[in-house]
Write a protein that binds this ligand. Structure first.
Ligand SMILES: *Cc1c(COP(=O)(O)O)cnc(C)c1O
Length: 439
């Protein structure tokens, strides 16, 4: 359930008509609903409480790393799952206490590990033998003992898109479950490291509980073996990945997911950590865009928007489906036509939807892409030197810009022209010319 609905013929975010946001902030713009974010987090957390598990929910920051989103979830009690120093810094800046932060990721640098240890985060999820040795060295150097989980690759097929499947043997993530016992023995023998947990994360946009059940069962069996071998495994990390309805998918409800997790894990009698990302933020956001050009073709129409693949890359990257609705509600009897909805970028891949059945949309009309709260703004780039789009959060009848639209100075000002490319040969450093700058 979300809070993007038509009222009096105009699509609203909570109590705010999207026309108002377009007027004040411009387009394209991401719009998030505080009420939906709150609801999704609460439903998820309640499901685990009802299932009788002592669960810490570490929101996977990579799904949407806007400080306002992280801060809102933090206030509701969430921790953070981060995969880089940048995300760790964002989580801290948003007020997540270090003791609720988990650091995942298949390739962490020495300086990232040092920063994480100095910050005193809750746990580092180690994904390779090399990382184990590196972390041991860094932690020992700091005189610390790092509490770790080892991320296990349970070799189950998550039955999701190949680019977001992570729990099969052929994926780059985690350590093969067959090698897990040996790796824990190694970890326990190294200075500066204490293995206390087992972690899994088998993929994203899962719409079926069965792969989870298999993975959790393998985790529980592994914990039994590790405990029998003398390891003090005091918690488990079950990862994220629960899917959302983009189109016609019917992913399991959080209650069913939590009940299944409890049925596999409760006997371990220990706290669990969860790392949901998409499930919390995906349907709590839309991308608001304006139609620039309507291009009638022989066989089909093209609708060229002011949003492009650099703003929302999921369709190009994963064939991701996003619902597209006109902000002005179409008449109930409006005839639908097949339309290719595209962006202005010089790539044929800059296509949001092919042959989508849409009511008439005219040049200048506003449209909203649904389910754009996760893996939307965070994946944006400036390809074609387009500005990073702003993000807005709505709360009831008010809204705030939670990330300003990038400026052209910020976009161009990171570049510099080397002295030896200046034609006068003076060797003097010169500022690149800025738009609007004098001289
Ligand atoms: C991406 C990721 C998540 C979150 O996945 P969602 O599908 O957004 O829930 C959780 N844990 C890890 C380790 C991840 O890489």
């Amino acid at each position: 359930m979300n809070h993007f609905e038509y009222r009096n013929g105009v699509l609203h975010a909570e109590d705010v008509p999207l026309t108002r946001i377009a007027e004040e902030v411009g387009t394209p713009a991401y719009v998030y609903s505080r009420a939906t974010l709150t609801r999704h987090y609460t439903v998820f957390a309640d499901a685990f409480a009802k299932a009788g598990l002592d669960a810490t929910i570490c929101y996977a920051v990579k799904a949407n790393s806007n400080l306002a989103v992280i801060a809102l979830l933090g206030r509701l009690g969430a921790g953070a799952d981060v995969v880089s120093e940048g995300e760790l810094r964002r989580a801290l800046a948003a007020g997540i206490p270090p003791e609720r932060i988990v650091f995942s990721g298949v390739g962490k640098t020495e300086s990232e590990l040092r920063f994480a240890l100095e910050t005193g985060i809750h746990e580092i999820n180690v994904e390779s033998e090399s990382e184990l040795h590196l972390l041991s060295k860094v932690a020992s150097g700091l005189g610390q003992v790092a509490e770790i989980a080892i991320r296990i690759n349970p070799d189950v097929d998550a039955k999701t898109h190949e680019k977001i499947s992570t729990g099969k043997k052929e994926n780059k993530f985690g350590i093969d479950i067959d090698k897990a016992d040996a790796i824990y023995a190694l970890a326990a023998s190294l200075p500066g490291i204490k293995p206390v947990s087992v972690a899994v994360h088998i993929g994203s946009q899962l719409t079926d509980l069965e792969p989870y059940r298999q993975a959790f069962r393998r985790v529980a069996d592994l914990v039994d073996r590790l405990r029998a071998a003398g390891h003090g495994i005091v918690r488990v990390d079950l990862g994220g990945g629960l899917g959302i309805p983009y189109d016609t998918e019917e992913p399991p409800l959080p209650d069913a997911y939590a009940a299944m997790a409890a049925s596999e894990i409760a006997r371990l009698n220990c706290p669990v950590m969860l790392e949901p990302g998409r499930m919390i933020v995906g349907n709590a956001g839309i991308l608001l865009s304006r139609a620039l050009v309507v291009k009638p073709g022989e066989t089909k129409h093209f609708l060229v928007l002011d949003a492009a693949m650099n703003d929302l890359i999921r369709p190009a990257l994963y064939n991701g489906h996003h619902g597209i609705r006109p902000v002005a509600e179409a008449a109930a009897d409006a005839a639908l036509q097949p339309v290719d909805v595209v962006g202005p970028i010089c790539e044929s891949g800059d296509t949001f939807a092919k042959g989508r059945m849409l009511p008439p949309i005219a040049e200048g009309d506003l449209v909203a892409f649904g389910s754009a709260g996760a893996y939307g703004a965070v994946m944006a780039s400036t390809y074609n030197s387009r500005l990073l789009v702003p993000e807005v959060m709505v709360d009831g009848d008010r809204f705030d810009v939670v990330r300003a639209r990038q400026t052209y100075d910020a976009l161009i000002g990171m570049d510099s022209i080397p002295d030896w490319l200046h034609t006068d040969g003076s060797g003097e450093t010169r500022e690149p010319r800025r738009i609007g700058a004098t001289g």
